[in-house]
Write a protein that binds this ligand. Sequence first.
Ligand code: NAP
Ligand code: F7E
Length: 332
Amino acid sequence: MRKIKSALITGITGQDGTYLSKFLLEKGYKVFGTYRRISSPNFWRLEHLGIKDKIKLIPCDLLDEGSLATALKISDPDEIYNLAAQSFVDASFSEPIATAQITGLSVLRLLEVIRLLKPKIRFYQASTSEMFGGVKKGSLNENTPFYPKSPYGVAKLFAHWITLNYRESYNLFACSGILFNHESPLRGQEFVTRKITSAAAKIKLGLAKELRLGNLDAKRDWGYAPDYCECMYLMLQKKSPEDFVIASGENHTVREFVQKAFACLGLDYRDYVKIDKSFFRPSDVPSLLGDSKKAQKELNWNPRKTSFDQLIKIMVEADLERYQQKGPGIIF
Ligand code: NAP
Ligand code: F7E
């Protein structure tokens, strides 16, 4: 009889953790997920997709090695998806040391626990296009040299290199997905896409009057989160561990995103958007554009499954429905 596979997802309460859980449950996996104890439970995404009761939740903080080892012992996983991180670039400027600890050094803690306790585990690390940051070359792929522009990018680069180092030094099945921005109705409200779709919906319903934003000229290569989470799984099914860039291959300015999101609701963004200097970063990444040809060829991945316009429509409609049903008081 075929053994049921089990997976441990760190950061299961986040956007990607939730979509990946759903995907793996549908594949028949037993899914374990780590969450950190905070004053108010943060399971709204898992509840929103109706999967909270199908997952075994394990308390664990990335800063606490013992809790990482315990999570490994309880779950005894075939695969680990390391998605937990301080993931907000802006916050990494105000909390650089915490970001380095959580987003960077914790990956080494986890790899050490794997090496010592269960080196046969397949390990996925959530790398990011922010590691390219200031690179000026047009389209970025697995061979492009890195140039991070934020404490977040630097922390992720440490995590990326230490994953590669453990693969080469200890023969671990450890790999990184270099994912470009991916969004969804489960995106945190502090990220620009969800901030925009949420505000557009509120304005349409008369629950808000304006939207304050920073740099509208920044360009990002945006995709749809569920499409990207599938790649994490595909990378761990390969014969040998390799790193992959996952990106849509087109980029747009924040201005284009806001214009289209407001237009979905019959609104002109220029009537509502105010530029607010407090949302500018000490150093911003002006433009990111990814080249995912390797993933298309070797993982048979389709970067055009959900278009930019479809992504915006999905997010705007989800936010409109939320505020129509629950009013302005909701927090997600
Ligand atoms: P997210 O929604 O911000 O989720 C981050 C997760 O990490 C949450 O579950 C959070 O828990 C957890 N976490 C934070 N600090 C922790 C700590 N000290 N101990 C334990 N858990 C902690 O991020 P996401 O968008 O799903 O992204 C998933 C991963 O991919 C992250 O590593 C991110 O940096 C990376 N990434 C994201 C993108 C993107 O565009 N979304 C692109 C490239 C890479 P709480 O719920 O308790 O806060
Ligand atoms: O900013 C500009 C901002 O915070 C996008 C994370 O998932 O993707 C994400 O990082 C752009 C930046 O995402 C506002 O200056 C303008 O240029 O949505 P964001 P991010 O920084 O690209 C990467 C790949 C990750 O790995 C990260 O974890 O939008 N912008 N005005 C604004 N951004 C925000 N947040 N808020 C504004 O008001």
